[in-house]
Design a protein around this ligand. Structure first.
Ligand SMILES: [Zn+2]
Length: 124
């Protein structure tokens, strides 16, 4: 893959994010979303990397977390489905595992263990 192709793939993701719209538009009942994850990488580093992401009503409703693998271009962890389902069921806690969805099989693909916490606006 050339540098130009890599750049195009990255731009595609940015575009997707812009088109996703804001959380307040899609999920007006949500006041905050926190994603905590442990990132496991094969081989290189046996110690998981802890990452945390905060989303507010003014954030984009785009829950695709970047993969940390060096060679990974179009991969990532898509929590969109997880979070949308949680909001629909009004669930506050969700937990699970995901594997990078990149299709570059030569790279050292990573996996995550995620914990999602969603807070809802109190109905008055
Ligand atoms: Zn990856």
């Amino acid at each position: 893959m050339t540098n130009k192709e890599k750049q195009l793939a990255k731009m595609g993701k940015k575009q997707q994010r812009l088109e996703a719209g804001l959380i307040s538009e899609h999920f007006p009942e949500v006041s905050s979303i926190v994603i905590n994850m442990k990132n496991y990488q094969k081989g290189i580093n046996p110690i998981p990397i802890i990452r945390a992401f905060n989303f507010w009503p003014t954030s984009y409703a785009y829950f695709n977390i970047e993969c940390l693998s060096r060679d990974c271009v179009d991969g990532g962890f898509d929590l969109d489905q997880v979070i949308t389902t949680m909001i629909r069921c009004h669930k506050e806690l969700g937990e699970g595992e995901l594997v990078c969805d990149g299709n570059n099989l030569s790279s050292d693909h990573s996996s995550i263990h995620y914990k999602v916490t969603i807070q809802y606006n109190k109905k008055s």
